[in-house]
Design a protein around this ligand. Structure first.
Ligand code: NAD
Length: 243
C-alpha cells in the first residue's frame, strides 16, 4: 500500500487543484451509519420513504423519527482522521474544494474551509411558517418539533424528491469540470446528480482516485480498497515526506 500512497502523493502534489467528493462512508469511522451499513437505522426505516419530501408534507413526524436523535445530539459525533486529512491537504494547497453529500457538518467542524454541502446540513433548521432559524442541537421538544408560532420545523437538507439548491449544484459542477484531480471518498455513487460528478471530472481530463472498501466508481484511474481514515492519512503522510 505504501508504494501506491507514494505514487498518489507525487501525482497530487504535481497536479494540485484537487477536489474531493465525499459521501456517507467518510463519516462511518466517526460512528455515523451509512445508508448501507448492516444492522443500521436504515434497515428499519427506508430513507427514501422516511426522508422524502412527499412524506414530510403529509407527516413530518416520520422524518423527525429518523433524524431527531442526530439533530438533538448534534456535536456528539466528531470528525475522524479522514476529515482531518482533507483539512491538511487544503492547508498544503493541494485540495481546493470539498463537495459533500453528507449532512452531518463534519467537514466544516474539522476545519475544511472550502466546502459545498450539496444536500444541505442538519445543523440549520427553520420554521416552515415564519422562517425563524434554529441551530442544532437547540430544537424544541415534540414530534415533530414546532416553532413558537406553531409552524413545523424542517432541517435545511434536501429531501428525496426535492431539487438541489441550484447555486450549490452549479458550484459542484464547476469544481468538478475544472479540477485536475478528484478524490472520490466513501460514496456508493448511486444518488444523482452527485454520482455524475466524477464522470464530469474525468471527461475534462482529471485524474480520479476512489477510496472505498467496496469499489463503486468503475472508471476511476486509481482505486484504494481501504477505509477513508487510513487511506487519506497514508497519502498525507507520504506528501509530507516528499516536501
Ligand atoms: P451510501 O450510504 O450510499 O454509501 C456509503 C459508501 O461508503 C459505500 O460505498 C461504502 O462501501 C462506503 N464506505 C463505508 N465505510 C467506509 C469507510 N470507512 N471509508 C470509505 N468508504 C466507506 O452513501 P452516499 O453515497 O453518500 O449516498 C447516500 C446519501 O446518504 C447521501 O445523499 C447522503 O446525504 C446520505 N447520508 C449521509 C450521511 C451523513 O451525513 N453522514 C449518513 C448516511 C446517509
Amino acid at each position: 500500500m505504501k508504494a501506491l500512497y507514494q505514487e498518489l502523493a507525487g501525482l497530487l502534489l504535481k497536479k494540485k487543484n484537487c477536489v474531493a467528493l465525499t459521501g456517507a462512508g467518510i463519516s462511518a469511522e466517526s460512528g455515523i451509519p451509512t445508508f448501507r451499513s448492516k444492522g443500521g437505522l436504515w434497515e428499519k426505516f427506508d430513507p427514501v420513504v422516511y426522508a422524502s419530501a412527499e412524506v414530510f408534507r403529509k407527516d413530518p413526524s416520520k422524518y423527525w423519527t429518523i433524524r431527531g436523535d442526530f439533530i438533538r445530539g448534534y456535536g456528539e459525533y466528531k470528525p475522524n482522521a479522514a476529515h482531518y486529512a482533507l483539512v491538511a491537504l487544503e492547508k498544503m494547497g493541494i485540495l481546493r474544494h470539498v463537495i459533500t453529500q453528507n449532512i452531518d457538518g463534519l467537514h466544516k467542524s474539522a476545519g475544511s474551509r472550502s466546502v459545498t454541502e450539496i444536500h444541505g446540513s442538519l445543523r440549520e433548521i427553520y420554521c416552515l411558517k415564519c422562517g425563524r432559524e434554529y441551530l442544532a442541537p437547540h430544537v424544541p421538544e415534540g414530534l415533530p418539533p414546532c416553532c413558537e408560532c406553531g409552524g413545523v420545523l424542517k432541517p435545511n437538507t434536501v429531501l428525496f424528491g426535492e431539487q438541489l439548491p441550484p447555486e450549490a449544484l452549479e458550484h459542484a459542477y464547476h469544481e468538478s469540470a475544472t479540477c485536475k484531480s478528484m478524490l472520490v471518498v466513501g460514496t456508493s455513487a448511486v444518488v444523482q446528480p452527485a454520482a455524475s460528478l466524477p464522470y464530469l471530472a474525468k471527461r475534462n481530463g482529471a485524474l480520479v482516485i476512489e477510496i472505498n472498501p467496496e469499489k463503486s466508481f468503475p472508471a476511476a484511474d486509481y482505486y484504494i480498497a481501504q477505509k477513508a481514515g487510513p487511506a487519506l492519512s497514508g497519502i498525507v503522510a507520504e506528501i509530507r515526506g516528499l516536501n
